[in-house]
Design a protein around this ligand. Structure first.
Ligand code: NAP
Length: 246
């Protein structure tokens, strides 16, 4: 049976892990190790980086991996680039499980930007109350503007990430009504979001639309060409392809 490496960290990766486990597939789940207590998976799980492209090449060979599914976050571009390069070198088939990006609907007030720095620039100069819905990794650059920031994080930070901020601890998926309540409770005037796509984090955008709050939308980083699937079912179809021998 072909051994599958599933690069995870998203709701879709967890759904795929459940399907692979239920189907009795030989698969290993891989987490970057970004949160203190990652969601438990029904597959053997490894945590932490591979050590760049060379480390991943070594891992694929040592573990006799026969197929890789990259179901990482759309902003985990380094991991996805490394997977393309390493799988190419070893000759292991690679499939990206990639959810569609969010698209603005009637009533949305989005400003599209291409980077964190551009998102900072897109915020007003006058003091605002900003919901920074971007995770924990890039908060530092927002210190360049003296807004009040609302942060929603999975783990409590050891020190306040920004001078004037409120931290709410929560793990998705999120609901529209509770996100509306959060935005109103904190009197939010602007939202900064990464265009992750998917249902689990969309609630804040629907809430913003209902409340007329502008959104600075950071668009996805570019990835090298690779084969992609849009659903768990498509991945299962790809894995059962005769060439993979799964
Ligand atoms: P990244 O910048 O693409 O990855 C950096 C390094 O982390 C990779 O080169 C790799 O290390 C390791 N890595 C990433 N995903 C891995 C996985 N599934 N298994 C093993 N190692 C992995 O990605 P990131 O730093 O995790 O996140 C980048 C952006 O994505 C952030 O904006 C973050 O908020 C967002 N995001 C990530 C996750 C997640 O679970 N990764 C979830 C939600 C959001 P080596 O080079 O050493 O192999």
């Amino acid at each position: 049976m072909t051994r599958i490496l599933l690069l995870g960290g998203t709701t879709e990766a967890s759904a795929l892990a459940r399907t692979l486990a239920a189907a009795g597939k030989d698969a290993v789940f891989s987490y970057a190790g970004r949160t203190d207590s990652p969601v438990a998976q029904p597959l053997p799980t490894r945590i932490g980086g591979f050590g760049g492209i060379d480390g991943l090449v070594e891992y694929l060979r040592a573990e006799r991996i026969g197929a890789v599914v990259d179901a990482t976050h759309p902003f985990a571009a380094q991991m996805s680039r490394n997977a393309v390069e390493a799988c190419g070198r070893v000759g292991v088939p690679l499939l990206g499980l990639q959810r569609a990006a969010w698209v603005a609907a009637a009533g949305d007030n989005w400003v599209h930007v291409g980077s964190m720095e551009a998102a900072v620039d897109a915020l007003p100069d006058a003091q605002a109350r900003v919901f920074l819905a971007i995770g924990k990794q890039n908060l530092g650059c927002f210190a360049a503007k003296q807004h009040h920031y609302l942060l929603r994080l999975v783990d409590a930070p050891a020190v306040a990430p920004l001078p004037d901020c409120t931290v709410v601890l929560a793990r998705g998926p999120f609901e529209v009504e509770s996100d509306k309540a959060l935005l109103m409770q904190h009197n939010i005037s602007h939202i900064v979001a990464k265009n992750a796509g998917g249902a689990g984090a969309e609630a804040k955008l629907i809430a913003a639309r209902a409340l007329g709050i502008p959104v600075v939308m950071i668009e996805r980083p570019a990835l090298p060409a690779r084969e992609v699937a849009a659903s768990v079912a498509e991945v299962m179809g790809w894995l059962s392809h005769a060439d993979l021998g799964v």
